[in-house]
Ligand binder design. Sequence first.
Ligand code: ARG
Length: 235
Amino acid sequence: ENGEEADGENTIVAGTAPGFPPFEMVEDGELVGFDIDLLEAVVDETEYELAEWEQLEFDSLIPALDNGNIDVIAAAMTISEERQEQIAFSDPYYSSDQSILVQTGGDFQPESLDDFEGQTVGAQSGTTGETVVRDDLIEAGIIDEGDYTSFDNYVLAVEDLESGLIDAVVLDEPVAETFEAERDVEVAFVYETGEEYGFGIRQEDEDLQAALSDGVAAVEESSEYEEITSTWFGE
Ligand code: ARG
């Protein structure tokens, strides 16, 4: 708010990576989405104050946290062992799997990753979707490294899928469903990964980590979590 000093010890800056609907996107020039509403509700439960949102590319979020440009990541970020070597997470606030998106009514209608031979695939740089491509398609010997395109965000990947430049996109299931509803793409199948999203913080910020986890629990216990879910998922 105007006139409020935003440099107190308990003031935090959040970072996100829009282009990931309905978790974070820019609509009419405004940053909106599930993560935006949820983090704001969670921080309201704590003694911290959210000063501002920084919009970054997904693979710049952890470096920005490390160098102090942001204090918390709210970007549908999956809690993983690899990331936990660098950062800490709040308790989980959402569960997801991966999905395979293809052109609606297109020639490529895979039922499993084994059907990907000779196909081209896209994902967002630094995501768990990219990890599925690297580990379960390239390392597994199903596609070649050259058949994979890494995108700065999933909107660009879906645009290339719509125009037939790539055959499939691997991404988080709720986001795939949103693109399916809004664009000329459809979910071919769900690839179960059992992921959970958490808010990312620096490992030394233990007080903030505890406050955010308590805040997640409080928001989930109140009616707010359901309200935010129904706003963005219409459930
Ligand atoms: N859940 C996936 C991950 O952690 C994808 C997150 C992408 N988030 C975004 N805001 N673009 O890698």
